[in-house]
Design a protein around this ligand. Structure first.
Ligand code: HEC
Length: 110
């Protein structure tokens, strides 16, 4: 390998290493956003405010203020809480993870 190719290969490696392994993929975030806005039944946006989603529901807590972590979102999606229904039946685990990744991403500085 000549040195230019070597430099290129190292650059690509550095970029790959710079994105944290746990970061949600853009596809999952996009899916989570659509589920939040209208895909979930009933949609999260009906009850929750979340700026990134253009949501202003006021039945549940304002998620921009609450800034829940991923486990918190996954737990409430699985079990429900008070007036909030469980989404264990209506969303797949993969969809619930996408929503959780999206909510965490949308409520953290980025
Ligand atoms: C019918 C209204 C309604 C819908 C739909 C709804 N929620 Fe909620 N949500 C609530 C209410 C009310 C609470 C507060 C529950 C409580 O105080 O026990 C809550 C609580 C939460 C919490 C906080 C949990 C905690 O640990 O404090 C999160 C996160 C959340 N909802 C996310 C979502 C997401 C994501 C969706 C869509 C998949 C969704 N909610 C759909 C009403 C709703």
């Amino acid at each position: 390998m000549n040195s230019a190719a070597m430099a290129l290969a190292c650059g690509a490696l550095a970029i790959a290493a710079a994105s944290p392994a746990s970061a949600a993929s853009e596809a999952a975030l996009a899916e989570g956003k659509v589920l939040f806005q209208k895909g979930a039944v009933p949609a999260c946006a009906v009850c929750h405010a979340l700026q990134d989603a253009g949501a202003s529901g006021s039945i549940g807590p304002d998620l921009d203020e609450l800034r829940p972590n991923r486990d918190q979102v996954l737990a409430v999606l699985r079990d429900g809480s008070g007036p909030m229904p469980s989404f264990a039946e209506s969303l797949t685990e993969e969809q619930r993870q996408a929503v959780a990744d999206y909510v965490v991403w949308a409520t953290q500085p980025h």
